[in-house]
Design a binder for this molecule. Structure first.
Ligand code: MD3
Ligand code: FE
Length: 208
């Protein structure tokens, strides 16, 4: 379903086997070195969702190659298969033409437990306007999709479930968005995940 120009929600894009496979990969990426970390914002706060990155390491608000606010080790590589998955996602959501230019090189993975949330924000640290690909695993969340002008209404709330794909391109690439809540106990019984996990694939646009 098209939520806004360039913003397309594809429920149930990953079947149960592919969800299990992606979860297994995420658990390996979350292990040290360069594993899961608590993100501290420059204002002195901490994000409630914990995070691990591949390819480039994000810290508020820039990208680096080493885990500057973690254990200082190089960030894990971004695997080719994940880039292929991203291009297939864009082709399915926006069509084959949109997918040809997208060379994904960043994965940012957020782990939500219990009361974790993500406030309304824009993702503006990449230098490419390629679509962002989002894949959800585990508990259902309320995803809030706002507008490009302000952090306030109008916004649209959409439930994202395990296996759902969301692609944000075009006019939606710089829209405000966030996760006001996660609905506990809603993960598929067979998956073996308590809480929620979201994988976003991005094109850095960085050169050199
Ligand atoms: C719209 N993640 O990692 S996914 C993020 O569920 C982030 O963890 C949320 O916002 C999560 O930055 C929301 C949906 C999403 C991801 C990236 C976007 C929506 C987006 C980038 C641009 C516009
Ligand atoms: Fe975001």
């Amino acid at each position: 379903a098209r939520i806004a120009p360039g913003a397309v929600h594809v429920p149930d894009w990953l079947d149960a086997d592919r969800q299990a496979g992606l979860l297994e990969a995420c658990r390996a990426w979350a292990s040290p070195p360069a594993g899961l970390r608590t993100v501290r914002t420059p204002g002195g706060g901490t994000m409630t969702a914990r995070q691990v990155c591949l390819g480039w390491h994000w810290y508020p608000y820039a990208y680096a190659r080493t885990v500057v606010d973690g254990d200082g080790t190089p960030v894990k590589p971004f695997p080719d298969w994940l880039g292929e998955l991203g291009r297939r996602a864009v082709a399915d959501a926006l069509g084959p033409r949109a997918a040809t230019e997208a060379r994904y090189d960043i994965a940012l993975i957020n782990f939500y437990d219990g009361d974790a949330r993500m406030g309304l924000h824009r993702d503006a640290d990449e230098q490419s306007d390629a679509p962002v690909v989002s894949l959800s695993l585990g508990d259902t969340c309320v995803f809030r999709f706002g507008n490009t002008e302000t952090r306030t209404r109008p916004w649209t709330d959409v439930e994202l479930r395990s296996g759902d794909l969301f692609v944000f391109g075009g006019a939606s690439r710089l829209a405000y968005h966030g996760v006001p809540r996660v609905l506990p106990g809603t993960a598929p019984a067979g998956l073996g995940l308590t809480g929620r996990l979201n994988v976003t694939l991005r094109v850095s646009g960085f050169t050199g």
